[in-house]
Design a protein around this ligand. Sequence first.
Ligand code: SAM
Length: 390
Amino acid sequence: MTSADRARARMVDALVRGGRVRSAAVEEALRAVPRHLFLPGVEIDAAYADEAVAVQHVDGVATSSASQPSMVAIMLEQLALAPGQSVLEVGAGTGWNAALMDRIVGATGSVTSVDIDADLVRSAAVHLAAAGSPDVRLVCGDGARGHPPDAPYDRIVLTVGSADVRPEWVAQLAPGGRLLVPLAVRGSQLSVALDLGSDGVLRSDSVRGCSFIRLRGIGAGSDMRARPVEGLWVDVPEAASPDVDPALVAAALDAPGPVLTAEVPLGASDIWDGFGFWLALTEPGTVRLMADDDHDVPPSAVALAAGPALAVVAGGTTSSLVRAFGPGSEAVAHRVVAALQRWVAAGSPSTADLEVTVVPRTSEPTPAGPARVDKAYSTVLLGWPSPAAP
Ligand SMILES: C[S@@+](CC[C@H](N)C(=O)[O-])C[C@H]1O[C@@H](n2cnc3c(N)ncnc32)[C@H](O)[C@@H]1O
């Protein structure tokens, strides 16, 4: 056994222990496919750490990476691949995920993987050959259009964040097929596995929080990760909210105000997947922040912006803090505390409990209950089964 084999075994053991890997097929693929061969030049320990490894940057922002192994495992479980299926991946990147899927669908199945960047496609081809997965079909193109020549697909998976559910993907799905897409919803991203019904409606089978690099090309949405100052990233909602201006968010952080305490414990996953998403659905000014040590906020935080005022949620094991920044921010912090109390009263739901329905863009009235997000091509309805509905 080489040091790479040992590191890979440790990585997979941890993913199984942590409940990220649940099926024998996903476990076998992760054990078999050598991730380090998709990351030449990266130390073995780093190649098998549970971290995304960026392989391309433009203006300091990562534009391609080998995704975090735990997220890859979660998405492979959401995808529920079976031998013999045909799969389209949008976002070939290093080729690692394509190799994993190729392993699961086997010789009777097929994997087509598209990337918009010719250099990445070239290097993915080298990695796939080195790893012994020569059957993956690599295509350089804009995956927003899917890849009609190999359609229909049993599964279409995006490993890149999308602001919308494009009609091309729905049209290229086989009847009953599944689309797995990291979908921008009000400044958050949800990895949603959507099954295509015979009525043309997509209904979620499972939902998880995620954070992917955004689509480039014709599918590039208005949702974006802004970097208003060094060391601070602000995820801006796809439907521009007049409340959210990344420059004002950065300025607010220089003007700390009062700190409110809410008698509600909040762990990282509550902030990421639970209350953070509840706030996003109920308050259009919700933003996600990522900050380095030079900023006085948690490294990954959820906040409510209202022009120059900002209220940042900081978790805790017995109670949580809501920290106000900027002029007029105390009232905004009180709004966050009130939302926190409503979330607890609703049973502290998380994204995993969400039901998501996607229909072609419609002007039909929304059924009572779900929140509605209108995109350019689709209307997304989101709700928690009652009594949790916000
Ligand atoms: C997070 S990386 C994908 C990781 C990859 N699945 C792996 O296993 O290494 C996202 C990829 O999406 C690609 N991408 C962005 N916009 C795209 C588009 N419109 N069509 C196809 N690929 C795109 C980027 O070039 C990048 O390589």
